[in-house]
Design a protein around this ligand. Structure first.
Ligand SMILES: [Zn+2]
Length: 330
């Protein structure tokens, strides 16, 4: 594997998703100077997607006016489970035929730069820790939780990502919080992901609507209830819709249990909650914090801040930047 170029001023961070791949060029302080985005075409196989990744990196460097000789290296956040050191993807949800794929070698070869990778949520946690919610807080430990289609997690201990024995660490979405609850894709019943992910939120609202409850949501999605999204529910809740408020209150309670468990277990200094729905405001955060205060052990809670993610869409690419910085001992 190629070594990073310590004399470069810039680093390229890549955030690979099932729909889009984004590359951003950043200086060593996490200031993004240019970026590019392309459709990742994940279902068309690695022969299509890997060249797209290489192209989006070239596009981002061109957009920034930066040449390869001035780049230290590339850091990528990739969904799924990997042997990151070897650049190998073990499996990746939504990416066709990626099992066993050697991802880093073709990227290194095409661009002549060192490249590193990690699980997407782990990498986003690194980004928040160094350049986002953790910036300037002088903390050594943090857990990031992302709420979305799935619920992912990343654990930072002593300033370093905790990968686990075989890179399975940080799966806080699969902690069981209600054993008689919904079925998760992982096979568990009632884990945090199954109780508070996107589908759980929508399903909870639909169930109340089918029971005949009055809500503004009925008009907002008419006639297709399948168009209901957590964002719409958050919007209705913000306008005082009782059913929507109730749905987010229940969701916040489950998330709060997950956060309290995390605090009790790890005694970290910060828990960062990201993902679209985390921006819903007090209607979600009040029940989260109420539950955390009720369930977290007092001494552990005293030293822990629970905060929303600060970087939004930039967490992934900036986390990639951190991968390279850490490789250079910075
Ligand atoms: Zn699960």
């Amino acid at each position: 594997m190629q070594k990073p170029n310590p004399s470069g001023e810039y680093i390229v961070g890549v955030d690979l998703g099932g729909t889009n791949v984004r590359a951003a060029v950043s200086d060593r302080q996490g200031k993004i100077i240019g970026d590019a985005r392309l459709a990742s075409r994940a279902m068309e196989g690695p022969d299509v997607t890997v060249p797209i990744i290489i192209q989006v990196i070239r596009d981002a460097m061109a957009a920034s006016g930066v040449t390869a000789s001035n780049v230290c290296g590339i850091g990528m956040g990739v969904p799924g489970r990997h042997i990151s050191r070897d650049g190998v993807v073990l499996w990746s949800p939504n990416f066709k035929d990626w099992g066993g794929l050697q991802l880093l070698a073709p990227v290194c070869d095409a661009l002549g730069l060192a490249a590193y990778m990690g699980n997407d949520v782990n990498v986003a946690a690194l980004g928040e820790y160094r350049f986002g919610a953790g910036l300037g807080k002088n903390i050594g430990s943090m857990v990031m939780m992302t709420l979305g289609t799935g619920i992912g997690g990343g654990i930072i201990l002593n300033g370093k990502l905790w990968l686990g024995a075989n890179e399975g660490g940080g799966e806080i979405g699969h902690q069981i919080i209600s054993p008689d609850g919904r079925l998760c894709g992982c096979g568990n019943f009632g884990d945090l992901e199954s109780m508070a992910n996107r589908d759980a939120i929508v399903e909870r609202a639909l169930r109340k609507i089918y029971l005949g409850r009055k809500t503004d949501l009925t008009d907002m999605v008419k006639p297709k209830y399948l168009d209901l999204t957590p964002a719409l529910i958050a919007e209705a809740a913000g306008k005082g819709d009782e059913l929507a408020i109730e749905v987010l209150d229940e969701t916040g309670r489950y998330v709060g249990i997950g956060v309290a468990n995390t605090i009790n277990f790890l005694n970290v200094e910060m828990v960062v909650i990201g993902g679209g729905i985390s921006q819903a405001g007090p209607v979600l955060w009040d029940p989260i914090m109420r539950t955390v205060r009720a369930n977290a052990l007092m001494e552990a809670l005293e030293v822990c801040r629970v905060v929303p993610a600060a970087l939004g869409d930039d967490a992934g690419v900036l986390g990639g930047v951190v991968l390279v910085l850490q490789e250079m001992g910075e």
